[in-house]
Design a protein around this ligand. Structure first.
Ligand code: GLV
Ligand code: MG
Length: 325
């Protein structure tokens, strides 16, 4: 390990993150009763400009009146380039900060964006005697945000998670797609011809690079990497495939833009019984190896060594976190 110790953000279960428009009080009530690990109440893109002021009032009411116990609740404020943002922060934190766990900041472009909201939250928490520090979820969804990711991730002690906002990211990078998340048949490779002249099309994952980059920067800063929305909520197989790709790379969870995606995300981002029991067997085998003075042994015909202990511990710790919830 490096001499530099990575401080971990507050641990929270974040397998599913349900997006709920602040303009719809009924949806917010349902969200409070849902099985989502995290719910974010939206003031940004799911709310039309004429509804912003009412949505803010609805969210303050929902935070103060509904029972959010057993889950984490967040509010997505408007972007720093809008005049809605300052009132989102001031009104929501002043009037409901005691009941708010996190603020989600969209379209973060630079570390100073995070600094600005940190400064506002610090003043309001101080003035209102809110005895806790509200955390930040940062959506990385612009080319600028992706370019400045390293500084952004380290910009505040409040930072808890990085989220890949695929829709805005596609727009910002001018990617040739209009769907929200998932693969694209135009992002493919054509194999060389076989002996009969046949060629195969192998689809690639056009979101591999940004998600992989986000995972690395999040983990290097002790933050949770979370995959964003998958728009086609009637395609549960497509959602599962995208979620498994993100999970395989190290993401801890994925957005649910529809209630039908919540349980799927909870399930897909939980290690299976089989994975956990295999991890426990690795730990037992390595414990025995240690007693025998060996650094590496064979288990089920494969080599395992001291690095395998760390991999297995990740799995076992995640299972314990879920069980404790
Ligand atoms: C989320 O905000 C996205 O743009 O995908
Ligand atoms: Mg967005």
């Amino acid at each position: 390990m490096s001499f530099h110790i990575v401080e971990q953000a507050q641990a929270r279960l974040n397998r599913s993150e349900l997006a709920v428009p602040g303009s719809n009080p009924t949806f917010m009530e349902k969200a409070a009763n849902s099985t989502a690990d995290v719910v974010f109440l939206d003031l940004e893109d799911a709310v039309a400009p004429d509804d912003k002021v009412q949505a803010r009032k609805n969210i303050i009411e929902a935070l103060n009146d509904l029972d959010w116990s057993g889950k984490t609740v967040s509010v997505r404020i408007n972007g720093l380039d809008t005049h809605y943002m300052y009132r989102d922060v001031v009104d929501v934190v002043e009037q409901a900060g005691h009941n708010l766990d996190m603020i989600m900041i969209p379209k973060v472009g630079t570390a100073s964006d995070v600094y600005a909201i940190d400064m506002m939250c610090t003043q309001i928490e101080d003035n209102m005697k809110i005895g806790k520090r509200i955390g930040f979820e940062l959506i990385i969804e612009t080319a600028l945000g992706m370019q400045n990711l390293t500084e952004i991730a380290a910009a505040s002690k409040r930072n808890e998670s990085l989220h890949f906002g695929v829709a805005d990211y596609a727009a910002s990078t001018k990617a040739r797609t209009t769907v929200i998340g998932g693969p694209n048949k135009d992002y493919a490779v054509l194999t060389d011809a076989d002996d009969n002249g046949n060629r195969d099309v192998h689809w690639g994952d056009m979101w591999h690079y940004p998600i992989a980059k986000m995972v690395v920067v999040a983990r290097a800063n002790g933050l949770r990497p979370i995959d964003g929305p998958f728009g086609d909520f009637s395609d549960s197989d497509g959602y599962a495939a995208q979620a498994m790709r993100a999970s395989t790379l190290g993401c801890e969870g994925k957005w649910a833009i529809h209630p039908s995606q919540i349980d799927q995300a909870n399930d897909l981002f939980s290690p299976s019984d089989e994975e956990v029991s295999k991890a426990k067997r690795i730990l037992e085998a390595m414990e025995q190896a240690k007693k025998d003075g060996q650094g590496a042994v064979a288990l089920d015909g494969r080599l395992i060594d001291i690095a395998s202990i760390r991999q297995a511990e990740v799995m076992v710790e995640k299972a314990a976190q879920i069980a404790a919830n």
